[in-house]
Design a protein around this ligand. Structure first.
Ligand code: TNX
Length: 526
């Protein structure tokens, strides 16, 4: 008797430990679909009991004869294979595949799905992703990624099972334009860096990458008819040490890379201000004969430079630049800046912008400008990007032009989180997670309604941001919330719910290799 007690105790302890191990490892049930931390939050999620597991028998099936869907299937396979090591293949089919597989299908029938909308059905027998357009399949794949364990994002083989909770998600975006802007002028970012940023914004269903390609400190895109813009004007950056530019071939490669992710590149050439790099490269663009050739600039002041608006050479220059850019930009927009032209008299600024708008249109594109361009006469096809002044956004709406919402106080990713932030500025605000998330585009500016708004964009200016580590620290974790403001309807968004989802999403950002700011406002789940 005396001897038996410790043996029984030992056995019981062992079986409890075994049970704990059983439930905490491989056989763990995934959270319900409705409890997955999906960002942006889908329009509707209906969860059921059960799960589908991706195994070595799972493949991705796409309809016969659609090279585009095949490519999307390959994108998904390339996301799944490194971490699972399961060798998922893309195969074509004429009808729904056998149980155990993933099926990507386009449907003409479901016209309630918008261009980027999708339906994701997960049953114990398989996954079916349906969309009206290929872009919808691509967006739906981002949801599928987030429905899998976070380790799916790692680039080395992981152990573990790959279960997806069952249910149905129907989803489509609230705004057609959901963008991020990267300032590659103050500090230059390489093609590889920009591709990484494109991949990161794609994961949150953003569809625009706005590249700020010129500023006082540097000109970053090859213009063949004005070669000194890059050979001289691209040779430095803030603080010196570096600089650089994209050749037109490299730019085309970026456009294609973005297009493969259903992201439109919008190139920006800022004018008439923010032009010191151009003015230093070509003296004839300056009005002032006495000081025709300013030096390259490596500081961070703004508002001191202007193209000479009374000089015909300036318009030849603008026409050449827009013509060459339009030829390598399949997207509908050319951004012409127009911000902070503090040394351009308003009576010169207005006719300048009007003329530039005509030039952009003559090359088959629509003009976007920062909100100050509403001082000019906007065409209804033009777009104003609101960043500072409500009255400018209102003026755009009154003129029948659409508005992109980038309120600096909420949406600027280069603003510091708080006074201890390692990088960033704070002229507009300190932007912690709550204020970054807690704003609504359609009620931000009185008189500017949802119908006036094309969408939302999160800019990152790079005066203090010199590399990818700094960029990711500033963009994350704010960017996913801004993507959600653009994608998800108001009715499914609330700060407390988002806080909880983001807390669980930290592991996924880590798996994606994102060096994010671990805000104290979020309870990060380890
Ligand atoms: C204002 S926002 C600017 C940029 C600066 C930024 C810094 C806007 C249209 N212009 O030139 O880089 O502030 O936050």
């Amino acid at each position: 008797m005396l001897n038996k007690f410790p043996a029984l105790f030992f056995k019981t302890t062992l079986s409890i430990a075994a049970l704990i191990i059983l439930f905490s490892c491989g056989n763990e049930k995934p959270a319900k679909l409705s409890e997955q931390s999906l960002i942006p939050m889908p329009v509707s999620v209906t969860a059921s009991e059960g799960s589908f597991e991706i195994t070595e028998n799972t493949d991705i099936y796409v309809p016969q004869g659609s090279g585009e869907v095949q490519k999307i299937g390959q994108y998904l396979a390339d996301k799944l294979n490194p971490s699972t090591g399961l060798g998922v293949e893309v195969k074509t089919t004429a009808s729904a595949p056998a149980a155990g597989n993933i099926y990507l299908n386009l449907t003409e029938a479901d016209t309630t799905l918008s261009d980027e909308g999708y339906e994701l059905d997960i049953s114990v027998d398989g996954v079916t992703l349906t969309a009206h357009q290929p872009a919808g399949l691509f967006r739906g794949i981002q949801t599928l990624r987030q429905a899998l364990p976070a380790d799916i994002e790692k680039t080395e083989k992981q152990s573990g099972s790959w279960k997806i909770p069952t249910g149905t998600i129907r989803d489509s975006p609230t705004y057609a334009y959901r963008g991020a802007m990267l300032d590659v002028a103050r500090h230059f970012f390489s093609v590889e860096d920009v591709k990484r940023y494109i991949d990161l914004i794609a994961a949150y269903k953003m569809n625009v990458m706005h590249l700020h390609l010129s500023d006082d400190q540097g000109w970053r895109i090859e213009i063949k008819s004005w070669p000194k813009l890059t050979s001289y004007g691209g040779t430095t950056q803030v603080g010196g040490n570096g600089g650089g530019f994209y050749t037109q071939e490299q730019y085309k490669d970026l456009v294609q890379y973005a297009q493969d992710r259903y992201i439109t590149i919008i190139p920006e050439i800022d004018m008439p201000g923010h032009t010191n790099a151009a003015l230093a490269s070509y003296p004839e663009l300056n009005c002032n004969e006495k000081d025709p050739n300013p030096k390259l600039y490596e500081g961070i002041e703004v508002g001191f430079s202007t193209l000479c608006t009374s000089n015909e050479t300036t318009y030849k220059f603008v026409d050449d630049v827009v013509r060459e850019l339009a030829a390598i930009t399949p997207g509908p927009y050319i951004h012409v800046g127009g911000d902070e032209s503090h040394v351009t008299a308003i009576e010169d600024y207005i006719p300048f912008v009007n003329r530039v708008q005509d030039i952009v249109q003559s090359h088959g594109k629509r003009m976007i400008g920062w909100d100050e361009v509403t001082n000019a006469s906007l065409k209804p096809t033009s777009v104003a990007q609101y960043w500072a002044k409500a009255e400018y956004a209102q003026s755009a709406a009154k003129q029948g032009a659409k508005v992109i919402m980038s309120p600096a106080k909420y949406a600027y990713l280069d603003m510091q989180y708080d006074s201890t932030s390692k990088f960033g500025l704070h002229w507009a605000a300190y932007i912690e997670m709550d204020s970054s998330y807690n704003w609504e585009p359609s009620t931000m500016v009185p008189g500017v309604t949802k119908d006036d708004i094309l969408g939302v964009e999160a800019p990152i200016w790079s005066e203090t941001i010199a590399d990818m580590d700094a960029l990711e620290y500033m963009a994350f974790p704010r960017l996913p919330g801004l993507a959600e403001i653009g994608w998800s309807p108001k009715s499914v968004r609330d700060w407390e719910g988002y806080r909880t989802r983001l807390g669980k999403h930290g592991k996924r950002m880590e798996a994606m290799g994102i060096g994010y700011y671990p805000s104290k406002q979020i309870e990060w789940v380890k």
